[in-house]
Design a protein around this ligand. Structure first.
Ligand SMILES: NC(=O)C1=CN([C@@H]2O[C@H](COP(=O)(O)OP(=O)(O)OC[C@H]3O[C@@H](n4cnc5c(N)ncnc54)[C@H](OP(=O)(O)O)[C@@H]3O)[C@@H](O)[C@H]2O)C=CC1
Ligand SMILES: CC(=O)N[C@@H](CCC(=O)OP(=O)(O)O)C(=O)O
Length: 345
């Protein structure tokens, strides 16, 4: 059994990790941290985990994380980077759900995240954990940068077109909507029910911190800098991301069968479902599951391609993808603990 610790077990992605890991056949949960709830039984705070997780929260400094085989950080940005080096030196493999190890250019990271990076050397060796792109490197990762939620939906949607060199990489557009759980469990005015319900708004149009992450990933695939307009929106959903992606086909590319391109690219991928031609995937169809559902369209047969990509931000956009990465890192069945039928309605 793989001994696993979770730092930040009271947050939305943390409790989602607990939901997935408590029924994982190869995982033994040994430490779950909280600063505020230390000493409390996990199932007293989260009755959904009664008879599944029989641990108490411990304070991060008392968690003996160095005794784990793997530690997930489900913490705000800037926490894992301070503790990862010590854990790695003790032979622990670190999976960070935050953004500390996602951006290779340290100056760029510091600009977007507004703090000094504490572990640049680990950024250089960290592996970006998008399995459908980086599976081989993930296997041996000591530090795993779990992708952001929007970047997962956007990159999976654009990948086949960019890998095949079919679209103009100078003018990509990602129009993405997220449920409110994307903002985390901490108290903030804009996530209060009366503020977020029955309303809909864009934010971060001038620049969102997921922009450099998406640009970095897609540029690597394209082999040249990619220009992207990324506009996130807050929707009155609890879970879910719906990304509508636009690209202009290059001359001659219109002859190709884009549906076949997508189906072939993701054939054999357990967690990417290319829907039948003409589909409109809905966030509900992936709720609580690790699946990304994608549909590719060419409206009126023109040269604009529209890709629809939906995920659950807390699962394929965070905790589920992190468990998928754990499975790959430890040579387990990639689907272990992740065989979940989406909840509907
Ligand atoms: N929500 C989402 O959809 C997604 C989130 N992410 C990323 O995952 C990370 C966690 O997000 P989310 O679960 O939403 O956040 P939450 O705000 O819901 O939870 C944060 C957790 O971190 C703990 N924590 C806060 N500060 C510290 C600290 N200094 N030391 C140790 N633990 C700390 C908190 O617990 P306590 O205060 O009890 O110690 C809490 O359990 C973030 O980096 C986020 O950006 C990534 C993809 C999607
Ligand atoms: C709705 C909402 O607020 N979403 C968050 C993004 C989700 C997130 O937690 O960001 P990471 O994936 O980088 O960790 C935001 O826009 O800041």
């Amino acid at each position: 059994m793989i001994k696993v610790g979770v730092v930040g077990g009271t947050g939305y992605t943390g409790v989602e990790l607990l939901r997935l890991l408590c029924r994982h056949p190869d995982v033994d949960l040994v430490a779950i941290t909280s600063r505020g709830e230390a000493g409390m039984a996990v199932s007293d705070i989260f009755p959904s985990l009664r008879h599944r997780v029989n641990l108490k929260f411990v304070a991060p400094q008392d968690a003996e994380l160095e005794k784990c085989d793997a530690v997930f950080f489900a913490t705000p940005n800037g926490i894992a980077m301070k503790q990862a080096a010590e854990l790695v030196a003790a032979g622990v493999r670190v999976i960070d759900l935050a953004a500390d190890f996602r951006i290779r250019d340290i100056a760029e990271w510091e600009k977007w995240y507004g703090m000094e990076h504490a572990a640049p050397a680990l950024v250089a060796e960290a592996v970006y954990g998008l399995p459908e792109l980086n599976r081989e490197q993930i296997r041996s990762a000591r530090v795993l940068a779990n992708p952001g939620c929007y970047p997962t939906a956007v990159q999976l949607g654009f990948l086949p077109l960019i890998e095949a060199g079919l679209i103009d990489c100078g003018h990509l557009i990602a129009d993405a909507k997220s449920g409110v759980s994307g903002a985390g469990r901490k108290a903030e005015i804009h996530t209060l029910l009366p503020e977020a319900a029955d309303s809909f708004k864009a934010y971060g149009v001038a620049g969102h911190r997921h922009l450099p992450e998406i640009r970095q990933g897609l540029s690597r695939v394209a082999g040249k800098p990619v220009e992207l307009t990324f506009v996130p929106h807050l929707t009155p959903l609890i879970r879910g991301i719906h990304a509508t992606l636009y690209g202009r086909l290059l001359p001659g590319a219109g002859e190709l069968d884009l549906q076949a391109l997508y189906e072939e690219r993701y054939a054999g991928e357990a967690f990417v479902d290319v829907m039948p031609a003409g589909s409109h995937p809905e966030t509900r169809s992936v709720r609580a599951s690790n699946i990304c559902r994608i549909a590719v369209h060419r409206p009126q047969g023109g040269d604009t391609v529209v890709v629809l990509s939906v995920i659950d931000n807390l699962v394929k956009g965070a905790a589920g993808q992190a468990v998928q990465n754990l499975n790959i890192m430890f040579g387990l069945d990639e689907e272990a603990g992740l065989d979940i039928v989406p909840v509907s309605p």
